[in-house]
Design a protein around this ligand. Structure first.
Ligand code: NAD
Ligand code: MLT
Length: 523
Protein backbone atom coordinates (compact mmCIF):
# COMPACT_ATOMS: atom_id res chain seq x y z
CA UNK A 1 0.00 0.00 0.00
CA UNK A 2 1.09 3.58 -0.62
CA UNK A 3 1.20 6.58 1.70
CA UNK A 4 1.68 10.15 0.50
CA UNK A 5 3.26 12.58 2.98
CA UNK A 6 2.63 16.06 1.56
CA UNK A 7 3.94 18.31 4.37
CA UNK A 8 7.22 18.15 6.31
CA UNK A 9 6.83 15.36 8.87
CA UNK A 10 9.26 14.34 11.58
CA UNK A 11 11.52 11.44 10.58
CA UNK A 12 10.20 9.39 13.52
CA UNK A 13 6.83 9.33 11.77
CA UNK A 14 8.00 8.68 8.21
CA UNK A 15 10.35 5.84 9.20
CA UNK A 16 7.51 4.13 11.09
CA UNK A 17 5.37 4.33 7.95
CA UNK A 18 8.23 3.05 5.76
CA UNK A 19 8.39 -0.15 7.82
CA UNK A 20 4.90 -1.03 6.49
CA UNK A 21 4.22 0.83 3.26
CA UNK A 22 5.71 2.54 0.22
CA UNK A 23 6.03 6.17 1.30
CA UNK A 24 6.12 9.10 -1.14
CA UNK A 25 7.32 12.28 0.58
CA UNK A 26 6.41 15.17 -1.76
CA UNK A 27 5.94 18.54 -0.13
CA UNK A 28 4.88 21.90 -1.59
CA UNK A 29 2.55 20.37 -4.17
CA UNK A 30 0.06 22.54 -6.06
CA UNK A 31 -3.60 21.43 -5.96
CA UNK A 32 -3.26 19.97 -9.48
CA UNK A 33 -0.13 18.05 -8.53
CA UNK A 34 -1.84 16.73 -5.39
CA UNK A 35 -4.90 15.69 -7.42
CA UNK A 36 -2.60 13.73 -9.73
CA UNK A 37 -0.71 12.04 -6.91
CA UNK A 38 -3.72 11.26 -4.69
CA UNK A 39 -5.27 8.92 -7.28
CA UNK A 40 -3.39 5.80 -6.27
CA UNK A 41 -2.55 6.40 -2.59
CA UNK A 42 -4.15 4.62 0.37
CA UNK A 43 -3.29 7.23 3.00
CA UNK A 44 -2.43 10.93 2.99
CA UNK A 45 -0.44 12.47 5.84
CA UNK A 46 -0.40 16.26 6.17
CA UNK A 47 0.26 19.15 8.55
CA UNK A 48 -1.29 22.58 8.07
CA UNK A 49 0.28 23.38 4.67
CA UNK A 50 -1.70 21.01 2.43
CA UNK A 51 -5.26 22.04 1.58
CA UNK A 52 -7.31 18.87 1.20
CA UNK A 53 -10.16 20.26 -0.86
CA UNK A 54 -13.24 18.48 -2.22
CA UNK A 55 -11.52 18.34 -5.62
CA UNK A 56 -8.59 16.49 -4.05
CA UNK A 57 -10.89 14.07 -2.24
CA UNK A 58 -13.00 13.51 -5.36
CA UNK A 59 -9.86 12.55 -7.27
CA UNK A 60 -8.83 9.93 -4.68
CA UNK A 61 -9.63 6.42 -5.85
CA UNK A 62 -8.14 4.30 -3.05
CA UNK A 63 -7.76 6.75 -0.18
CA UNK A 64 -8.83 5.30 3.19
CA UNK A 65 -7.39 7.73 5.74
CA UNK A 66 -6.16 11.30 6.00
CA UNK A 67 -3.84 11.87 8.96
CA UNK A 68 -3.38 15.44 10.24
CA UNK A 69 -0.20 15.76 12.33
CA UNK A 70 -1.62 18.48 14.61
CA UNK A 71 -4.91 19.65 16.14
CA UNK A 72 -6.73 21.93 13.66
CA UNK A 73 -8.45 20.21 10.74
CA UNK A 74 -9.61 23.45 9.11
CA UNK A 75 -7.48 22.60 6.02
CA UNK A 76 -9.45 19.40 5.29
CA UNK A 77 -12.92 19.22 3.74
CA UNK A 78 -14.23 16.83 6.40
CA UNK A 79 -17.71 16.58 4.87
CA UNK A 80 -16.30 15.51 1.52
CA UNK A 81 -14.03 12.94 3.23
CA UNK A 82 -16.92 11.61 5.32
CA UNK A 83 -19.18 11.34 2.29
CA UNK A 84 -16.52 9.22 0.63
CA UNK A 85 -15.98 7.09 3.75
CA UNK A 86 -12.43 8.35 4.27
CA UNK A 87 -11.39 8.41 7.91
CA UNK A 88 -9.85 11.68 9.09
CA UNK A 89 -7.64 11.52 12.16
CA UNK A 90 -5.71 14.21 13.98
CA UNK A 91 -3.21 14.27 16.86
CA UNK A 92 -5.05 16.31 19.49
CA UNK A 93 -2.63 15.94 22.39
CA UNK A 94 0.81 15.76 20.80
CA UNK A 95 1.44 19.51 20.68
CA UNK A 96 -0.64 20.79 23.59
CA UNK A 97 2.28 21.28 25.99
CA UNK A 98 4.33 23.04 23.32
CA UNK A 99 1.43 25.38 22.53
CA UNK A 100 0.93 26.10 26.24
CA UNK A 101 4.65 26.79 26.74
CA UNK A 102 4.69 29.08 23.70
CA UNK A 103 1.78 31.02 25.21
CA UNK A 104 3.70 31.52 28.46
CA UNK A 105 6.83 32.47 26.49
CA UNK A 106 4.79 35.03 24.54
CA UNK A 107 3.30 36.47 27.74
CA UNK A 108 6.74 36.87 29.34
CA UNK A 109 8.25 38.32 26.15
CA UNK A 110 5.37 40.76 25.97
CA UNK A 111 5.51 41.95 29.53
CA UNK A 112 9.32 42.44 29.48
CA UNK A 113 9.59 43.74 25.87
CA UNK A 114 12.19 41.08 25.09
CA UNK A 115 11.87 41.03 21.26
CA UNK A 116 11.98 44.84 21.04
CA UNK A 117 14.89 45.13 23.52
CA UNK A 118 16.81 42.44 21.65
CA UNK A 119 16.32 44.25 18.32
CA UNK A 120 17.34 47.58 19.89
CA UNK A 121 20.55 46.22 21.46
CA UNK A 122 21.52 44.42 18.25
CA UNK A 123 21.20 47.76 16.45
CA UNK A 124 23.93 49.01 18.86
CA UNK A 125 21.59 50.96 21.19
CA UNK A 126 21.57 50.78 25.03
CA UNK A 127 17.97 51.85 25.82
CA UNK A 128 17.30 50.66 29.37
CA UNK A 129 14.57 53.21 30.16
CA UNK A 130 12.59 52.50 27.01
CA UNK A 131 11.89 48.90 27.90
CA UNK A 132 10.33 49.17 31.35
CA UNK A 133 8.20 46.07 31.94
CA UNK A 134 5.69 44.76 34.50
CA UNK A 135 5.74 41.66 36.70
CA UNK A 136 3.16 38.96 36.13
CA UNK A 137 3.29 37.95 39.80
CA UNK A 138 -0.05 38.73 41.49
CA UNK A 139 -1.68 39.80 38.21
CA UNK A 140 -4.96 38.45 36.80
CA UNK A 141 -4.78 36.25 33.70
CA UNK A 142 -8.06 35.87 31.81
CA UNK A 143 -8.23 32.55 29.92
CA UNK A 144 -10.93 32.28 27.26
CA UNK A 145 -11.33 28.55 26.50
CA UNK A 146 -10.25 26.15 29.22
CA UNK A 147 -9.66 23.01 27.15
CA UNK A 148 -6.44 21.06 26.79
CA UNK A 149 -4.14 24.03 26.09
CA UNK A 150 -6.04 26.62 28.16
CA UNK A 151 -5.83 24.33 31.19
CA UNK A 152 -2.08 23.81 30.77
CA UNK A 153 -1.59 27.59 30.40
CA UNK A 154 -3.65 28.20 33.56
CA UNK A 155 -1.57 25.66 35.54
CA UNK A 156 1.71 27.25 34.42
CA UNK A 157 0.46 30.77 35.15
CA UNK A 158 -0.58 29.63 38.65
CA UNK A 159 3.06 28.59 39.07
CA UNK A 160 3.94 32.22 38.30
CA UNK A 161 1.51 33.19 41.09
CA UNK A 162 -1.07 34.69 38.77
CA UNK A 163 -4.81 34.56 39.54
CA UNK A 164 -6.83 32.85 36.82
CA UNK A 165 -10.23 34.01 35.59
CA UNK A 166 -11.64 31.69 32.94
CA UNK A 167 -14.53 31.69 30.50
CA UNK A 168 -15.63 28.40 28.98
CA UNK A 169 -19.33 27.57 28.65
CA UNK A 170 -18.54 23.86 28.81
CA UNK A 171 -16.61 23.89 32.07
CA UNK A 172 -18.55 23.20 35.27
CA UNK A 173 -18.03 25.01 38.61
CA UNK A 174 -16.74 21.72 40.03
CA UNK A 175 -14.05 21.38 37.34
CA UNK A 176 -13.10 25.06 37.76
CA UNK A 177 -12.69 24.58 41.51
CA UNK A 178 -10.57 21.49 40.89
CA UNK A 179 -8.27 23.65 38.71
CA UNK A 180 -8.30 26.53 41.19
CA UNK A 181 -9.71 28.99 38.66
CA UNK A 182 -12.62 31.39 38.95
CA UNK A 183 -15.25 31.19 36.20
CA UNK A 184 -16.32 34.52 34.70
CA UNK A 185 -18.02 35.86 31.59
CA UNK A 186 -15.98 37.25 28.69
CA UNK A 187 -16.99 40.78 29.72
CA UNK A 188 -15.97 40.20 33.36
CA UNK A 189 -12.60 38.96 32.09
CA UNK A 190 -12.34 42.06 29.89
CA UNK A 191 -13.04 44.32 32.88
CA UNK A 192 -10.80 42.61 35.44
CA UNK A 193 -7.85 40.94 33.70
CA UNK A 194 -4.32 42.33 33.34
CA UNK A 195 -3.48 39.74 30.66
CA UNK A 196 -5.97 37.94 28.38
CA UNK A 197 -5.18 34.77 26.43
CA UNK A 198 -7.54 32.85 24.13
CA UNK A 199 -7.57 29.05 23.66
CA UNK A 200 -10.83 28.17 21.90
CA UNK A 201 -11.34 26.56 18.51
CA UNK A 202 -12.26 29.05 15.78
CA UNK A 203 -15.99 28.43 15.42
CA UNK A 204 -18.97 30.72 14.81
CA UNK A 205 -19.38 31.41 18.55
CA UNK A 206 -15.74 32.30 19.10
CA UNK A 207 -15.02 34.36 15.97
CA UNK A 208 -14.32 37.91 17.24
CA UNK A 209 -15.20 36.88 20.81
CA UNK A 210 -12.77 39.65 21.80
CA UNK A 211 -13.94 42.69 19.83
CA UNK A 212 -14.20 46.49 20.17
CA UNK A 213 -16.95 46.08 22.80
CA UNK A 214 -14.61 44.08 25.04
CA UNK A 215 -11.58 46.34 24.42
CA UNK A 216 -13.70 49.33 25.46
CA UNK A 217 -14.19 47.99 29.01
CA UNK A 218 -10.66 46.64 29.52
CA UNK A 219 -8.23 48.08 32.06
CA UNK A 220 -5.79 50.56 30.59
CA UNK A 221 -2.51 48.76 29.90
CA UNK A 222 -3.99 45.28 29.46
CA UNK A 223 -1.90 42.78 27.46
CA UNK A 224 -3.40 40.34 24.92
CA UNK A 225 -2.14 36.93 23.73
CA UNK A 226 -3.44 34.72 20.91
CA UNK A 227 -1.73 31.39 20.25
CA UNK A 228 -4.95 29.60 19.20
CA UNK A 229 -6.42 30.72 15.86
CA UNK A 230 -6.48 34.03 14.01
CA UNK A 231 -9.94 35.61 14.12
CA UNK A 232 -10.84 34.73 17.73
CA UNK A 233 -9.68 38.27 18.52
CA UNK A 234 -10.79 40.90 16.01
CA UNK A 235 -7.49 42.08 14.48
CA UNK A 236 -8.74 45.56 13.45
CA UNK A 237 -10.22 46.21 16.91
CA UNK A 238 -6.98 45.02 18.51
CA UNK A 239 -4.90 47.30 16.29
CA UNK A 240 -7.13 50.27 17.25
CA UNK A 241 -6.86 49.43 20.96
CA UNK A 242 -3.06 49.22 20.73
CA UNK A 243 -2.86 52.51 18.84
CA UNK A 244 -5.08 54.27 21.40
CA UNK A 245 -2.88 53.01 24.26
CA UNK A 246 -5.74 51.03 25.89
CA UNK A 247 -3.80 47.84 25.16
CA UNK A 248 -0.16 48.03 26.25
CA UNK A 249 0.84 45.22 23.92
CA UNK A 250 -0.20 42.04 22.17
CA UNK A 251 1.58 38.77 21.41
CA UNK A 252 0.25 36.83 18.45
CA UNK A 253 1.22 33.47 16.95
CA UNK A 254 -1.79 33.06 14.67
CA UNK A 255 -3.54 35.35 12.20
CA UNK A 256 -6.67 35.62 10.09
CA UNK A 257 -4.44 35.46 7.00
CA UNK A 258 -1.16 33.63 7.30
CA UNK A 259 1.36 35.06 6.61
CA UNK A 260 -0.21 38.31 7.92
CA UNK A 261 1.85 40.66 5.78
CA UNK A 262 -1.12 42.98 5.09
CA UNK A 263 -2.34 43.06 8.69
CA UNK A 264 -2.65 46.44 10.43
CA UNK A 265 -0.80 44.84 13.35
CA UNK A 266 2.43 44.33 11.40
CA UNK A 267 3.73 47.88 11.93
CA UNK A 268 2.88 48.31 15.61
CA UNK A 269 5.95 48.21 17.86
CA UNK A 270 3.94 46.96 20.85
CA UNK A 271 2.71 43.93 18.96
CA UNK A 272 5.04 40.94 18.91
CA UNK A 273 4.46 38.18 16.41
CA UNK A 274 5.67 34.66 15.70
CA UNK A 275 4.93 32.71 12.49
CA UNK A 276 2.52 30.06 13.90
CA UNK A 277 5.21 28.43 16.05
CA UNK A 278 3.01 27.06 18.86
CA UNK A 279 3.62 23.46 17.87
CA UNK A 280 7.14 23.97 16.54
CA UNK A 281 9.18 21.99 19.02
CA UNK A 282 11.11 18.80 18.41
CA UNK A 283 8.96 17.02 20.98
CA UNK A 284 5.61 18.14 19.57
CA UNK A 285 6.58 17.35 15.99
CA UNK A 286 7.74 13.85 16.99
CA UNK A 287 4.58 13.30 19.08
CA UNK A 288 2.17 14.31 16.32
CA UNK A 289 4.11 12.48 13.58
CA UNK A 290 4.28 9.23 15.58
CA UNK A 291 0.64 9.50 16.64
CA UNK A 292 -0.58 9.97 13.06
CA UNK A 293 1.76 7.30 11.64
CA UNK A 294 0.44 4.76 14.20
CA UNK A 295 -3.15 5.64 13.26
CA UNK A 296 -2.40 5.15 9.54
CA UNK A 297 -0.69 1.80 10.21
CA UNK A 298 -3.63 0.62 12.33
CA UNK A 299 -6.33 1.65 9.87
CA UNK A 300 -4.55 0.36 6.74
CA UNK A 301 -4.03 -2.95 8.52
CA UNK A 302 -7.77 -3.25 9.21
CA UNK A 303 -7.74 -1.88 12.76
CA UNK A 304 -9.48 1.14 14.27
CA UNK A 305 -8.43 4.76 14.78
CA UNK A 306 -8.16 6.33 18.24
CA UNK A 307 -8.57 9.92 17.11
CA UNK A 308 -11.09 9.63 14.29
CA UNK A 309 -12.73 13.00 13.62
CA UNK A 310 -15.52 11.69 11.43
CA UNK A 311 -16.10 7.95 11.59
CA UNK A 312 -16.79 5.71 14.62
CA UNK A 313 -14.84 2.51 15.02
CA UNK A 314 -17.71 0.07 14.49
CA UNK A 315 -17.73 -3.20 12.54
CA UNK A 316 -19.42 -2.76 9.10
CA UNK A 317 -22.29 -5.21 9.84
CA UNK A 318 -23.20 -3.44 13.12
CA UNK A 319 -22.83 -0.08 11.44
CA UNK A 320 -25.39 -1.00 8.76
CA UNK A 321 -28.15 -1.40 11.39
CA UNK A 322 -27.15 1.48 13.63
CA UNK A 323 -26.11 4.06 11.00
CA UNK A 324 -29.46 5.93 10.80
CA UNK A 325 -29.69 6.01 14.61
CA UNK A 326 -26.12 7.29 14.89
CA UNK A 327 -27.03 10.15 12.56
CA UNK A 328 -30.28 10.76 14.50
CA UNK A 329 -28.58 10.79 17.91
CA UNK A 330 -25.79 13.09 16.75
CA UNK A 331 -28.32 15.53 15.30
CA UNK A 332 -30.48 15.36 18.45
CA UNK A 333 -27.44 15.94 20.67
CA UNK A 334 -26.58 19.02 18.64
CA UNK A 335 -30.18 20.33 18.71
CA UNK A 336 -30.51 19.73 22.47
CA UNK A 337 -27.11 21.31 23.16
CA UNK A 338 -27.88 24.41 21.10
CA UNK A 339 -31.33 24.81 22.65
CA UNK A 340 -29.85 24.43 26.15
CA UNK A 341 -26.93 26.75 25.35
CA UNK A 342 -23.64 26.12 27.15
CA UNK A 343 -22.79 23.61 29.82
CA UNK A 344 -25.06 20.87 31.22
CA UNK A 345 -24.58 18.69 34.27
CA UNK A 346 -26.50 15.60 33.19
CA UNK A 347 -27.29 13.98 29.82
CA UNK A 348 -29.89 11.20 29.97
CA UNK A 349 -30.17 9.17 26.78
CA UNK A 350 -33.15 6.83 26.55
CA UNK A 351 -33.73 4.09 23.97
CA UNK A 352 -37.28 2.86 23.38
CA UNK A 353 -38.57 0.01 21.22
CA UNK A 354 -36.44 -2.24 19.00
CA UNK A 355 -33.30 -0.19 19.31
CA UNK A 356 -33.22 -0.93 23.05
CA UNK A 357 -32.23 -4.52 22.17
CA UNK A 358 -29.10 -3.38 20.33
CA UNK A 359 -25.65 -2.42 21.62
CA UNK A 360 -26.31 1.33 21.65
CA UNK A 361 -22.97 2.49 23.07
CA UNK A 362 -21.89 4.02 19.77
CA UNK A 363 -25.26 5.77 19.45
CA UNK A 364 -24.78 7.31 22.90
CA UNK A 365 -21.30 8.41 21.84
CA UNK A 366 -22.83 10.01 18.74
CA UNK A 367 -25.34 11.90 20.92
CA UNK A 368 -22.49 13.16 23.12
CA UNK A 369 -20.45 14.09 20.05
CA UNK A 370 -23.36 16.18 18.71
CA UNK A 371 -23.85 17.77 22.12
CA UNK A 372 -20.19 18.61 22.80
CA UNK A 373 -19.43 19.72 19.25
CA UNK A 374 -21.65 22.75 19.78
CA UNK A 375 -18.86 24.08 22.03
CA UNK A 376 -15.76 22.15 21.05
CA UNK A 377 -16.04 22.13 17.25
CA UNK A 378 -14.12 19.52 15.32
CA UNK A 379 -11.96 18.58 18.33
CA UNK A 380 -14.68 16.13 19.41
CA UNK A 381 -14.77 12.68 17.85
CA UNK A 382 -16.52 9.37 18.43
CA UNK A 383 -13.66 8.18 20.56
CA UNK A 384 -13.01 11.18 22.79
CA UNK A 385 -16.63 12.37 23.29
CA UNK A 386 -17.24 10.24 26.45
CA UNK A 387 -13.90 11.27 27.97
CA UNK A 388 -14.60 14.93 27.21
CA UNK A 389 -18.05 14.63 28.81
CA UNK A 390 -16.45 13.03 31.88
CA UNK A 391 -13.77 15.72 32.18
CA UNK A 392 -16.52 18.33 31.97
CA UNK A 393 -18.35 16.50 34.81
CA UNK A 394 -21.35 15.72 32.63
CA UNK A 395 -23.10 12.72 34.12
CA UNK A 396 -24.19 10.45 31.25
CA UNK A 397 -27.08 8.07 31.96
CA UNK A 398 -28.30 5.48 29.43
CA UNK A 399 -31.71 3.87 29.89
CA UNK A 400 -33.72 1.37 27.86
CA UNK A 401 -37.33 0.27 27.51
CA UNK A 402 -38.82 -2.20 25.02
CA UNK A 403 -41.88 0.03 24.55
CA UNK A 404 -41.99 2.79 21.96
CA UNK A 405 -45.36 4.44 21.44
CA UNK A 406 -45.59 5.65 17.84
CA UNK A 407 -42.43 4.45 16.12
CA UNK A 408 -40.54 1.17 15.96
CA UNK A 409 -37.74 2.84 17.88
CA UNK A 410 -37.35 6.23 19.51
CA UNK A 411 -34.46 7.99 21.19
CA UNK A 412 -34.81 10.64 23.89
CA UNK A 413 -32.14 13.05 25.12
CA UNK A 414 -32.75 15.00 28.31
CA UNK A 415 -30.20 17.57 29.42
CA UNK A 416 -30.19 19.03 32.92
CA UNK A 417 -28.45 22.11 34.27
CA UNK A 418 -29.52 22.93 37.83
CA UNK A 419 -33.34 23.40 37.65
CA UNK A 420 -33.33 23.78 33.87
CA UNK A 421 -34.03 20.83 31.55
CA UNK A 422 -34.19 20.38 27.79
CA UNK A 423 -35.78 17.31 26.24
CA UNK A 424 -35.53 16.27 22.60
CA UNK A 425 -36.97 13.01 21.21
CA UNK A 426 -36.49 11.62 17.73
CA UNK A 427 -37.13 8.68 15.45
CA UNK A 428 -35.90 7.34 12.13
CA UNK A 429 -38.62 7.67 9.49
CA UNK A 430 -37.86 6.27 6.04
CA UNK A 431 -34.16 6.13 6.96
CA UNK A 432 -34.12 9.88 7.76
CA UNK A 433 -33.90 11.45 11.24
CA UNK A 434 -36.93 13.29 12.60
CA UNK A 435 -37.39 15.28 15.79
CA UNK A 436 -40.74 14.21 17.25
CA UNK A 437 -40.74 16.03 20.59
CA UNK A 438 -39.16 19.12 22.15
CA UNK A 439 -39.83 19.50 25.88
CA UNK A 440 -43.56 18.75 26.33
CA UNK A 441 -44.46 19.58 22.74
CA UNK A 442 -45.10 17.02 20.02
CA UNK A 443 -43.48 18.12 16.74
CA UNK A 444 -42.55 16.57 13.41
CA UNK A 445 -39.35 18.26 12.26
CA UNK A 446 -36.84 17.22 9.63
CA UNK A 447 -33.67 18.62 11.22
CA UNK A 448 -31.40 20.21 8.64
CA UNK A 449 -29.65 23.46 7.79
CA UNK A 450 -30.92 26.35 9.91
CA UNK A 451 -33.91 26.20 12.27
CA UNK A 452 -35.43 28.85 14.48
CA UNK A 453 -37.01 27.28 17.55
CA UNK A 454 -39.23 29.63 19.54
CA UNK A 455 -41.64 29.51 22.43
CA UNK A 456 -44.67 31.76 22.32
CA UNK A 457 -48.04 32.42 23.86
CA UNK A 458 -50.70 30.46 22.00
CA UNK A 459 -52.90 33.29 20.69
CA UNK A 460 -53.49 35.03 17.35
CA UNK A 461 -51.05 37.52 15.81
CA UNK A 462 -47.77 36.05 17.03
CA UNK A 463 -46.73 33.70 14.21
CA UNK A 464 -47.72 36.21 11.48
CA UNK A 465 -45.37 39.00 12.62
CA UNK A 466 -42.50 36.47 12.86
CA UNK A 467 -43.04 35.37 9.25
CA UNK A 468 -43.32 39.00 8.10
CA UNK A 469 -40.08 39.88 9.90
CA UNK A 470 -38.22 37.01 8.23
CA UNK A 471 -39.80 37.77 4.84
CA UNK A 472 -38.85 41.45 5.06
CA UNK A 473 -35.28 40.39 5.69
CA UNK A 474 -35.24 38.02 2.73
CA UNK A 475 -35.06 34.89 4.89
CA UNK A 476 -37.06 32.14 3.22
CA UNK A 477 -39.10 29.80 5.42
CA UNK A 478 -38.99 26.28 3.97
CA UNK A 479 -40.88 24.49 6.73
CA UNK A 480 -42.96 25.28 9.80
CA UNK A 481 -44.06 23.21 12.77
CA UNK A 482 -46.17 24.37 15.68
CA UNK A 483 -46.81 22.12 18.67
CA UNK A 484 -48.94 23.08 21.60
CA UNK A 485 -49.83 21.58 24.94
CA UNK A 486 -53.08 23.36 25.70
CA UNK A 487 -55.20 26.12 24.09
CA UNK A 488 -54.17 29.49 25.45
CA UNK A 489 -51.02 28.01 26.94
CA UNK A 490 -47.57 28.21 25.41
CA UNK A 491 -46.54 26.82 22.06
CA UNK A 492 -43.33 25.82 20.39
CA UNK A 493 -42.63 26.80 16.80
CA UNK A 494 -39.85 25.36 14.65
CA UNK A 495 -39.12 27.18 11.41
CA UNK A 496 -36.77 25.64 8.85
CA UNK A 497 -35.12 28.57 7.06
CA UNK A 498 -32.91 28.58 3.97
CA UNK A 499 -30.20 30.87 5.34
CA UNK A 500 -28.49 31.88 8.55
CA UNK A 501 -30.46 34.35 10.71
CA UNK A 502 -28.38 37.31 11.95
CA UNK A 503 -28.45 38.00 15.72
CA UNK A 504 -30.26 41.33 15.29
CA UNK A 505 -33.17 39.65 13.43
CA UNK A 506 -33.43 37.06 16.19
CA UNK A 507 -33.45 39.90 18.73
CA UNK A 508 -36.28 41.58 16.78
CA UNK A 509 -38.17 38.28 16.78
CA UNK A 510 -37.74 37.98 20.55
CA UNK A 511 -39.22 41.51 20.86
CA UNK A 512 -42.46 40.50 19.08
CA UNK A 513 -45.30 40.52 21.59
CA UNK A 514 -46.11 36.99 22.71
CA UNK A 515 -42.69 35.53 21.78
CA UNK A 516 -41.06 34.18 24.94
CA UNK A 517 -37.79 32.96 23.45
CA UNK A 518 -36.22 32.29 20.04
CA UNK A 519 -33.03 30.38 19.28
CA UNK A 520 -31.24 29.56 16.04
CA UNK A 521 -30.17 25.94 15.65
CA UNK A 522 -27.51 25.30 12.99
CA UNK A 523 -26.96 21.76 11.74
P1 NAD B 1 -9.70 22.00 23.13
O1 NAD B 1 -10.79 21.52 22.26
O2 NAD B 1 -9.06 21.06 24.09
O3 NAD B 1 -10.20 23.28 23.96
C1 NAD B 1 -11.00 24.30 23.43
C2 NAD B 1 -11.86 24.85 24.57
O4 NAD B 1 -12.63 25.95 24.08
C3 NAD B 1 -12.87 23.83 25.12
O5 NAD B 1 -12.71 23.64 26.51
C4 NAD B 1 -14.24 24.46 24.81
O6 NAD B 1 -15.21 24.18 25.81
C5 NAD B 1 -13.89 25.91 24.74
N1 NAD B 1 -14.90 26.68 24.02
C6 NAD B 1 -15.70 26.29 22.99
N2 NAD B 1 -16.53 27.29 22.65
C7 NAD B 1 -16.24 28.32 23.47
C8 NAD B 1 -16.76 29.64 23.61
N3 NAD B 1 -17.76 30.07 22.82
N4 NAD B 1 -16.23 30.43 24.55
C9 NAD B 1 -15.24 30.00 25.35
N5 NAD B 1 -14.71 28.75 25.28
C10 NAD B 1 -15.21 27.93 24.35
O7 NAD B 1 -8.60 22.62 22.13
P2 NAD B 1 -7.05 22.79 22.39
O8 NAD B 1 -6.33 21.58 21.95
O9 NAD B 1 -6.86 23.33 23.77
O10 NAD B 1 -6.70 23.92 21.29
C11 NAD B 1 -7.08 25.26 21.52
C12 NAD B 1 -6.77 26.08 20.28
O11 NAD B 1 -5.37 26.13 20.05
C13 NAD B 1 -7.36 25.55 18.97
O12 NAD B 1 -7.84 26.65 18.23
C14 NAD B 1 -6.18 24.91 18.25
O13 NAD B 1 -6.35 24.85 16.86
C15 NAD B 1 -5.09 25.86 18.67
N6 NAD B 1 -3.72 25.35 18.55
C16 NAD B 1 -2.76 26.22 18.09
C17 NAD B 1 -1.45 25.81 18.03
C18 NAD B 1 -0.40 26.73 17.48
O14 NAD B 1 0.51 26.26 16.82
N7 NAD B 1 -0.47 28.01 17.75
C19 NAD B 1 -1.10 24.52 18.45
C20 NAD B 1 -2.09 23.67 18.91
C21 NAD B 1 -3.41 24.11 18.97
C1 MLT C 1 -2.44 22.77 15.28
O1 MLT C 1 -3.61 22.99 14.96
O2 MLT C 1 -2.04 21.65 15.61
C2 MLT C 1 -1.49 23.89 15.32
O3 MLT C 1 -2.02 25.06 14.83
C3 MLT C 1 -0.14 23.58 14.79
C4 MLT C 1 -0.09 23.16 13.35
O4 MLT C 1 -0.88 23.62 12.54
O5 MLT C 1 0.77 22.36 13.02
Amino acid sequence: MKVLVSDPLSEEGTSRLEEHFTVDISTGLSEDELIEKIKDVDALVIRSGTQVTKAVIDAAEKLKIIGRAGVGVDNIDIDAATQKGIIVVNAPEGNMLSAAEHTIAMMMSLTRNIPQANASLKSRKWERKLFMGTEVNGKILGVVGLGRIGTEVAKRAQGLEMTILAYDPFISEERAQELGVELATVNEIAERADFITVHTPLIKETRNIIDAEQFAVMKDGVRIINCARGGIINEEALADAVKSGKVAGAALDVFVNEPPFDSPLMDLDNVIMTPHLGASTEEAQINVAVSVADEVISVLNGGSAKNAINIPSVKPEVMAVLAPYIKLAETMGSVAGQLMGGNCEKAEIGYYGEISEKDTRVVTVAALKGLLETALGSGVNYVNAPALAKSRKIEVIESKSETSEEHVSTIQIKLTKRAETKLVAGAVVGNEPKIIQIDNYRVDIVPSGFMIVSNHVNRPNVIGPCCILLGENNINISGMQVGRVEIGGTTIMALNVDSEVPDDILDQMRDIEGILDAKLVTL
